[in-house]
Design a protein around this ligand. Structure first.
Ligand code: NAP
Length: 518
């Protein structure tokens, strides 16, 4: 029998009862560990975090809490080798893809530690300057931000068990808000292990960090009006969260990061042979293959001038042909597997749907898997689809296939390209490739209202740009509409979600006593 991973709630490690869910190696097919959240006293868990953790964190200054994040970074760095092993075994990722999750988390924590330190010894944040409320300045309003007096419930997707935890926990803990994380079940091991290492290192106050692995049943029922829920996952589950009475009736604040039909646009000036053309091809191939395309920010739709459709298809296909797929433990493998059998089935089902309106331009499954049994391994080779009728092919703008799959489509004019990008109904990110700076700037503004991030690649930034799908803590992450309407990261903007804004109306002498940061 495999190990049953413990949950850490109410200040102690607790095993779930009843039937436990096994977690598998998606390449070899063997069970690794088990998880269960059955039988936990959730009311006790949430009360402990809210009271013990919340009080301890709020007693600290921003600088002191930034110090806690710095201490977490050291713990994770010290244990990094274990995380690589768990990621390979449980997520089926090659070393570079594991690094996106693990090192991306450590980098994000370190950034928030740095930004938090600069906030100094304050416990209250200034929100703008004081403004007089009448003719004289004797009575004024000062807006302030204070940590919410609740707990942050983080419900995460399976694709980023490390980054998904820490990109949310970093701003929450820095804000003075305790965290309960519920990872996506299929890859929960890495999240649980990281929390275990941090708890065992004793670097956080009691109640600041808890982890519940297994079923989500009953978690939302525990939320009180000052609590928060930050959800990452499918639009379908996001809708359930939004409709839960904690949110609908008790105004529990909610952030939803859902799925997204992100696009990449080759501008009219960037023909075959240009640097921008090559940069688009490289980025599309990277986005399709990093983490086997299991990234919410991955490029799903490639929009190119109609005259370049064939050349782009050929160039992407040629690069995809060089991608070796299989067992991530084999050094020659560039792309590992999907995280689970259900995901494997979901990708094939999604592909069948897209093929109703798109044709296959490149099919990597013609090549054998490296060091992996195709009957067991959840490996899917990269597949480039294409449609010459993007206006009528509604499915390609609507169906997210969460794997190494993207669809190429031609546009007639830049107006047409913008309207096709908008058919994603709100996306996390779009990227533009070209050398015409005026056209790029104007197009970026036209796309900004429907995209949380617009990533522009010109030859001048060919080596310096951070990647279409790479979520940097300095930049906003989240998109409107279909993408969930959430907002994460973006430097200290992330702290907004975990704070409450209040307008304090008083004399300047009283306002001077609020303890605001300079
Ligand atoms: P999912 O099935 O929606 O699950 C997400 C999380 O919600 C999991 O922890 C899941 O637990 C939990 N959950 C399921 N039902 C729930 C309920 N009724 N109440 C509360 N929680 C519930 O999504 P996924 O398959 O893990 O992730 C893939 C999706 O996430 C993709 O569509 C991808 O685009 C999206 N995603 C978005 C972002 C972003 O930042 N926008 C980032 C990553 C992924 P179990 O695992 O136990 O079912």
């Amino acid at each position: 029998m495999t190990e049953l991973l413990s949950n850490f709630v109410a200040g102690r490690w607790q095993a779930g009862t009843g039937h436990a869910t096994p977690l598998f190696d998606p390449v070899l097919g063997n069970a690794l560990v088990r998880v269960s959240s059955a039988g936990l006293d959730l009311a006790e868990a949430f009360d402990h975090a809210r009271q013990t953790g919340g009080e301890a964190l709020r007693a600290l200054s921003y600088r002191e809490r930034a110090g806690l994040l710095g201490a977490i970074v050291k713990v994770l760095q010290a244990n990094r080798a274990h995380y690589d092993e768990i990621s390979t075994a449980n997520s089926g990722t090659v070393r570079n893809d594991s690094a996106v999750d693990i090192d991306g988390a450590i980098f994000t924590l370190a950034q928030y530690a740095k930004w938090g330190d600069a906030l100094g010894d304050a416990r209250v944040l200034r929100d703008g300057d004081a403004v007089k409320l009448g003719k004289e300045a004797v009575f004024q309003v000062q807006h302030i931000q204070v940590p919410t007096r609740g707990v942050a419930l983080l419900i995460n997707a399976f694709n980023f068990p490390s980054w998904g935890l820490w990109e949310k926990a970093a701003p929450a803990l820095l804000s003075g808000v305790p965290v309960i994380v519920k990872p996506g079940t299929s890859t929960a091991w890495l999240t649980q292990r990281m929390v275990r290492d941090v708890i065992e290192a004793g670097v956080l106050p009691a109640g600041a960090l808890s982890v519940i692995c297994g079923s989500s049943a009953g978690l939302m029922d525990q939320l009180n009006p000052f609590d928060l829920v930050s959800f990452t996952g499918s639009a379908e589950t996001g809708a359930l969260i939004r409709a839960h009475r904690a949110v609908a009736q008790h105004a529990v604040r909610v952030n939803i990061e859902a799925d997204s039909l992100n696009s990449a646009v080759l501008l009219p000036d960037a023909g075959p042979g240009s640097e921008a053309f090559d940069l688009l091809v490289r980025e599309v191939v990277r986005e399709m293959t990093v983490k086997s395309g299991q990234k919410c920010t991955a490029i799903r739709r490639i929009l190119v001038p109609e005259g370049h459709y064939d050349a782009v298809a050929e160039a992407i296909g040629a690069k995809l042909a060089a991608v070796t797929v299989g067992n991530p433990r084999n050094e020659s493998v560039r792309m590992g597997s999907l995280v689970s059998r259900p995901q494997f089935d979901a990708v094939h089902a999604g592909l069948a749907v897209l093929k109703q309106q798109a044709t296959v331009l490149h099919d990597g499954s013609q090549q054998p898997l490296v060091d992996a049994d195709p009957a067991i391994a959840c490996c899917v080779a990269p597949i480039l689809l294409g449609t010459r009728e993007p206006d009528s092919a509604s499915l390609v703008h609507d169906v997210e296939v969460f794997g190494p799959v993207a669809t190429l489509m031609p546009y007639r004019s830049l107006d047409h390209a913008v309207s096709l990008a908008h058919r994603g109904q709100g996306s996390l990110v779009t990227s533009l490739y070209g050398a015409d700076e005026t056209a790029l700037g104007l197009t970026a503004v036209r796309l900004a209202a429907s995209h949380g991030r617009v990533h522009i690649v010109t030859p001048a930034v060919g080596k310096a740009h951070t990647g279409h799908g790479n979520v940097m803590p300095m930049s906003l992450h989240g998109g409107p509409g279909r993408a969930g309407g959430g907002a994460e990261l973006g430097g200290l903007r992330a702290l907004d979600f975990y704070h409450r804004r209040s307008a304090v109306q008083a004399s300047p002498e009283v306002l001077a006593q609020l303890g605001l940061a300079a």
